[in-house]
Design a protein around this ligand. Structure first.
Ligand code: PLP
Length: 380
């Protein structure tokens, strides 16, 4: 049976073959504990330090500013709670946005149940935060601004550089969840003006189960876990050498092939949209401003078609995701689409299609054909 065409790269990516090749010796042979002083341990320590430098290269920081974690969720927890607990005696106000991933919003909710005050900045119709709103929300007791770089559902890119400048002027620590942007658009921590930045391995062709947090030198982050002191105490526990090596290689490859990958993802996304519009006309509604969007992401509603019916109808041939959840016949609209003030019917008709660096024209043309036929069949 032919495998369905995968167009859900924002959910996760496959492991790049070059990444897999790099990991194999660490699966098959190099089992030493990186903390051991003999050679099989030392060589694994060196492999971790090489990976640290590779990750640092992609985001333009010092290797010692990279801390390996298990995933983006852990990185966000360490960043946000770590800053909160490091400042909790004096100041307790945090600024975030209404369109963050649960790996940020749930952390903020947890902190609000522990006496922190959270301000949620709204977004415009395309899902963009206005930096002026961030500036106006700053209080004398604000300790952290955490606003994502690019949204996972709709792809909208936030004005991080402008928010970074505001954070700096006001001497406030600035974290960004860059899980979706690393490898797709430029993520230079100095240009962005961020103090902490979250990386998710499995969104950039490394395995699942590895992430990283950039912490600018001099930023005070309380440790959340306590143990053997690995990762300078920020992430104690024997290191996941295999996956760390994978993340390092994935970052090296992402940096080397950046322009080519970006162009390919965008060309695929644009070809898909053009194909859909040319056959379905104004039944196609794009939810975002594509000028300010991840190059691989298309958040699109097909008028009069339920997104759930569409995604499940085509799932044998093309894999995409929806902007709503359907439980026991009831449709719940995602908080991101709600924050963008998208009306219920459009939101319930919204799907997310995300292309990958190796997506080819033939896959896109097939996906267009499948989508167009399904939309025509399912239109009510
Ligand atoms: N942040 C963003 C923006 C994401 O898109 C995701 C995953 O979809 C996460 C955080 C959480 O990633 P993980 O489940 O790998 O921890």
């Amino acid at each position: 049976m032919k495998k369905p065409i995968y167009l859900d790269y924002n959910a996760t990516t496959p492991i790049d073959p070059e990444v897999a090749t790099e990991m194999i010796p660490y699966i098959e042979s190099f089992y030493g504990n990186p903390s051991s002083s003999y050679s099989v341990g030392r060589s694994n320590k060196e492999a971790i330090e090489k990976a640290r430098a590779q990750v640092a290269g992609l985001i333009n920081c010092q290797p010692e500013e990279i801390y390996f974690t298990s995933c983006a969720t852990e990185s966000n927890n360490l960043a946000i709670k770590g800053i909160a607990w490091a400042n909790s005696k004096k100041e307790r106000h945090i600024i975030t946005s209404e369109i963050e991933h649960p790996a940020v919003t749930e952390v903020c909710k947890y902190l609000s149940s522990h006496g922190f005050e959270i301000t949620y900045i709204p977004v415009d119709e395309y899902g963009r935060v206005d930096p002026k709103d961030v500036e106006n929300a700053i209080r004398p007791d604000t300790i952290l601004i955490t606003i994502m770089h690019a949204n996972n559902e709709v792809g909208t890119i936030q004005p991080i550089q402008e928010i970074g400048a505001i954070a700096r002027q006001n001497n406030i620590v600035f974290h960004t969840d860059a899980s979706q942007s690393v490898g797709k658009i430029e993520t230079d921590v100095d240009k962005m003006g961020v103090d902490l930045l979250t990386i998710a391995g499995h969104k950039l062709y490394a395995p699942k189960g590895i992430g990283a947090l950039y912490i600018r030198n001099g930023t005070r982050v309380e440790n959340l876990m306590h143990g053997g002191g690995q990762e300078k105490g920020k992430r104690p526990g024997t290191e996941n050498v295999i996956h760390t090596v994978g993340l390092g290689k994935a970052c090296e490859v992402a940096m080397r092939d950046f322009k080519e990958n970006q162009q390919n993802m965008k060309a695929s996304r644009d070809r898909l949209l053009n194909g859909l519009v040319s056959q379905l006309g104004n039944q196609v509604h794009v939810n975002v401003n594509l000028e300010n969007c991840l190059p691989n992401t298309l958040s699109v509603a097909f008028e009069k078609v339920s997104a759930h019916s569409l995604a499940s109808f085509i799932s044998g041939e093309v894999l995409i995701s929806t902007g709503s959840a359907c439980h026991s016949g009831e449709t719940t609209i995602s908080s991101v689409l709600q924050a963008m003030n998208i009306d219920f019917r459009t939101a319930a008709a919204t799907v997310r299609i995300s292309t990958g660096k190796h997506t080819i024209k033939e896959e896109i043309d097939f996906a267009v054909e499948v989508l167009v036929n399904a939309v025509k069949k399912l239109s009510i």
